[in-house]
Design a protein around this ligand. Structure first.
Ligand SMILES: Cc1cc2nc3c(=O)[nH]c(=O)nc-3n(C[C@H](O)[C@H](O)[C@H](O)COP(=O)(O)O)c2cc1C
Length: 340
């Protein structure tokens, strides 16, 4: 069972944090589309302390997203503690620490996946954070630093002792980046030995796949990242398969109109097109004419006029009967790089 502090998460299918993607509008859209929990992209703990405008923008969320976690990364326990206290004051439901980011700029300073290398230091940092805040603390990790140091079991025990509520595990090592496949056998082994809830993550592309991974790994929840970009209905489809959904059918165009409304609450007009067109290219994966659509969308300039053009073309493409996806797109490599 997936518990977050005192709260039980009844639908343990979580939207994964993704930099530049899981901003407030997309998180709210995915909550409306059935995700049980959502998590922000990684936010610099030092950036929060030094008061950067962009960093503070990343901390904003809609009340309707709850339960929403805000994720931070940082090198020093001092920065992480101050940032966690700030997020608690902002009203976040939980604070998540990024311990899976493989990006050299971050690990070279001791942040992200570098934190996995020393479980006793990790315990000290997590205990300090846990003592500082009252809201739940969660972490997101990799299976280990590299194939010779698959230490997720040790890390999970250190986290449990420190009072962490759950551990989300992306089933690859830091050294792997996004190569190969997520190791769900290893995730299941970690879950088997864990005293606290484990959320499995990696390569879930379909609703059937999500349910299969939850059942066969024994995990308390699963986390879906890239799968929700190419299939924004994935959480509703999981609900349907589990007999939990009573809502009417959604269409791509109704989803896009809703996404636009939510973007409008956060961004000025010229930026809507910039935001929307990346999602439109992902949503169109596997549809006839997708590559021509992508070219057209990226031919427009970043301006109010450009946004109007993006919308016109999007409507022509997505608001038509018989829109179908070929499942062959599931075999294509997709977004093989990220911060966790
Ligand atoms: C573009 C992109 C950005 C990402 N940003 C983050 C991030 O900010 N924090 C994090 O913990 N993981 C991040 N990740 C990793 C995902 O949360 C997830 O662990 C990974 O993509 C594997 O899951 P998936 O196969 O369901 O996408 C990112 C992944 C991608 C593709």
């Amino acid at each position: 069972m997936l518990k977050l502090g005192e709260r039980t998460i009844n639908f343990p299918f979580v939207l994964a944090p993704m930099a530049g993607i899981t901003n407030a509008p997309f998180r709210r859209l995915m909550r409306e589309m059935g995700a049980g929990v959502v998590v922000s992209e990684l936010i610099s703990a030092a950036g929060i302390e030094y008061g950067g405008r962009k960093t503070h923008e990343l901390c904003k969320y809609f009340d309707q997203e709850r339960p929403v976690g805000l994720q931070i990364f940082g090198e020093t326990p001092e920065h992480l503690e101050k940032a966690a206290l700030y997020l608690e004051r902002l009203g976040a439901d939980f604070v998540d620490i990024n311990m899976g980011c493989p990006v050299p700029k971050i690990v070279s300073k001791g942040g992200g996946a570098a934190m996995l290398r020393d479980p006793s230091k990790l315990y000290a940092t997590l205990s300090r954070l846990k003592n500082a805040i009252r809201i739940p603390l969660t972490i997101k990790i990799r299976t280990g630093w590299d194939a010779c140091s698959l230490n997720a079991v040790e890390v999970v025990h250190a986290a449990a002792e420190a009072g962490v509520s759950w551990v989300a595990i992306h089933g690859r090592t830091r050294a792997q980046g996004y190569e190969g496949s997520a190791d769900w056998d290893f995730i299941a082994e970690v879950k088997n030995k864990s005293p606290i809830p484990i959320i499995g993550n990696g390569d879930i592309l379909t609703a059937e796949g999500a349910i299969h991974r939850l059942r066969t790994s024994g995990c308390d929840g699963v986390m879906i990242g890239r799968g929700a970009l190419r299939n924004p209905f994935i959480f509703v489809e999981i609900q349907n398969l589990l007999g939990k959904n009573n809502t009417t059918e959604h269409t791509y165009w109704s989803l896009i109109e809703r996404h636009l409304e939510l973007l409008r609450e956060c961004y000025v007009d010229f930026y809507l097109g910039v935001q929307l067109r990346k999602f439109l290219t992902w949503y169109s994966a596997g549809m006839e004419g997708a590559s021509a659509l992508r070219k057209t969308l990226y031919s427009f300039e970043n301006s109010d006029q450009g946004t109007a053009e993006v919308l016109r073309v999007a409507r022509e493409f997505f608001d038509r009967p018989g829109l179908r996806k070929q499942s062959s797109y599931l075999n294509e490599a997709f977004l093989q790089g990220g911060h966790g």
